[in-house]
Ligand binder design. Structure first.
Ligand SMILES: [Zn+2]
Length: 547
């Protein structure tokens, strides 16, 4: 298969580009130039001067100004609010005061105190700097009600005035998209609120704890979270009815379930087997804690290539990548700047290269194309949520093609298109990849539910067919094991200060990603019909029932 792909790639370079070694040399030179431009963008965006581009920080604003200037230099039109490059967003930043978190259980006149960072992590409260809740505990399995799958953790449970105890994730018996949807906080927390819960304790499953070890979660707990504020200044999706929330690892869960008649291992086993479960836990719990709250401003950056067709120009195809990263945080090896070179300076650099390709091409697409550098992805997909709900352009958004964290650490032979199976964008992406000499691999880790973990999901939730192109693991050089490099990145440098330009980033592969995305954009923008969800698709029938 790899050899076949390489043959196709070589063929395209000679036949597709017009034949002859001169044309091939010109294509090589163009590819080199594209790789150099992408390297230059990454070098700036991931520089220590930008201090990790945290949403709401000066470093992010500098990065946003850079992207706007690049858009301007390329001849794009401002597509933001009021004819400007930006879509300003009001944010509420919340940091849990980890040491101030309290969690105690009263049972048969006995009080058990859980210890912050050892047993539990207090979660942020967007509603108040100081908050607490006391109440009886009700365990409700995964906290999932999925009638269409004949699954209901809540059947007969009473959450009114109680603190809900739920497992992270969703039943492993669900297919991956249903798991993705039902494990998302945006699905789970409103369900608990609707049923009258007054607080929530999330217990990590052993599977989730193996994926993200407890010490890593403790290290990340210091990062602030954010919510965007609506026109009335209220935080959106803050779920204030849940007055406090805490996260428990295995040590804390063992204390919570000890002596209740419900052994923790049996609870885990039932969850793993996909059996719904709920029961009241004896006694009451008190959760208390503090949150540092601050107002911040940040902005999405929007560049526009207006469509040439008088009718179709009112439809918009979006290419998106998040521009923010984690900012400054706990120092690791003396380095406190989380540069986010692959996550996601690389994605934005590719986006700028695609914008350049479309603007120098000279042939305008039929539909309009929006280039969107998004803020606050790392704080909960906020920039994309605001844009998808309140677009700065007057027409319909017909597709989102997203890029996040292209881990190009060697000469890639394939890309993965997350979400390809859900809409007509899948075949379009496959043809685009093939035309550039790449294979398009299926999602290698459906259990990681990547499709709902980056900005495309917020477009999906507004019914917009979306796709997310990221790196595969097949190498053009048999001496380089890209799967090992990818795993090494995820284990050692993902969301760490060492995700910086010292890594062996393979810029020609990123140039390849730009060409693939440019082809997808062109194909979608010029097609007679707009993209559509596949008939009966899980996301399409949930979020776009009338389309
Ligand atoms: Zn990230």
């Amino acid at each position: 298969m790899a050899r076949l792909t390489l043959a196709l790639w070589l063929c395209l370079y000679c036949c597709g580009a017009g034949a002859g070694p001169a044309a091939s040399a010109a294509a090589d030179a163009a590819a080199d130039a594209a790789a150099a431009r992408i390297r230059a963008h990454v070098a700036f965006l991931a520089d220590d001067l930008l201090e990790g581009r945290a949403a709401g920080s000066r470093g992010y604003d500098l990065a946003a100004r850079y992207v706007a200037s690049e858009f301007e230099a390329l001849g794009l039109k401002p597509g933001g609010a009021a004819g400007a490059w930006f879509q300003p967003i009001e944010l509420l930043e919340a940091s849990a005061v980890i040491a101030a978190g309290e969690f105690s259980i009263e049972r048969d006149g006995q009080a058990t105190r859980l210890e912050s960072t050892v047993d539990f992590l207090p979660l942020r409260d967007y509603g108040a700097a100081q908050s607490s809740v006391t109440g009886p505990l009700e365990f409700v399995g995964y906290g999932v009600s999925a009638p269409e799958r004949g699954y209901d953790d809540f059947a007969g449970a009473d959450l009114q005035g109680r603190i809900a105890v739920v497992l992270s994730g969703a039943p492993p018996t669900f297919d991956s998209e249903a798991r993705a949807h039902y494990s998302a906080t945006l699905t789970k927390l409103p369900e608990l609120v609707r049923r009258g819960a007054i607080g929530v304790v999330i217990v990590l499953t052993p599977v989730d704890e193996a994926r993200t070890p407890w010490p890593r979660l403790v290290q990340r707990s210091w990062f602030p979270g954010m919510r965007w504020l609506d026109a009335d200044g209220r935080p959106v999706d803050a779920f204030a009815e849940l007055r406090r929330a805490a996260l428990l690892g295995r040590a804390g869960a063992a204390k919570l379930f000890a002596g209740t008649g419900h052994p923790l291992e049996a609870v885990y086993a039932a969850a793993e087997a996909g059996r719904p479960q709920h029961f009241a836990l004896p006694g009451t719990a008190t959760l208390a804690g503090q949150t540092t709250l601050a107002r911040r401003q940040s902005a999405n950056v929007v560049g526009l290539v207006e469509g040439a067709d008088p009718v179709l120009r009112h439809e918009y195809v979006v290419l998106s990548a998040h521009l923010d990263h984690l900012g400054r945080g706990e120092a690791v090896g003396g380095d406190a700047i989380y540069n986010g070179a692959l996550d996601n300076a690389a994605g934005v650099a590719v986006l700028l290269e695609v914008a350049r390709m479309l603007s120098v091409d000279g042939r305008r697409p039929k539909r309009s194309v929006l280039f969107l550098a998004l803020t606050a992805e790392e704080r909960g997909l906020l920039g994309s949520d605001v844009f998808a709900r309140h677009p700065t352009v007057p027409g319909a958004l017909v597709a989102d093609i997203n890029m996040d964290m292209p881990v190009a650490l060697g000469p890639l032979a394939d890309w993965v298109a997350f979400g390809a199976e859900h809409s007509t964008l899948g075949p379009v992406a496959a043809r685009a990849a093939a035309a550039e000499g790449y294979a398009l691999a299926p999602d290698p880790l459906p259990e990681e539910i990547v499709f709902v973990r980056s900005d495309q999901y917020m477009f999906v939730r507004q019914g917009v067919p979306s796709i997310y192109i990221s790196t595969g693991t097949r190498s053009r050089d048999p001496a380089i094991d890209l799967r090992a490099r990818d795993e090494d990145f995820l284990r050692e440098r993902y969301h760490q200060p060492s995700d910086d330009v010292a890594q062996p980033i393979h810029y020609p592969s990123l140039a390849g990603l730009a060409r693939v995305n440019a082809r997808i954009l062109r194909a979608v923008a010029d097609a007679p019909a707009r993209p559509a969800w596949n008939p009966g698709d899980f996301f399409g029938s949930r979020f776009a029932p009338s389309r």
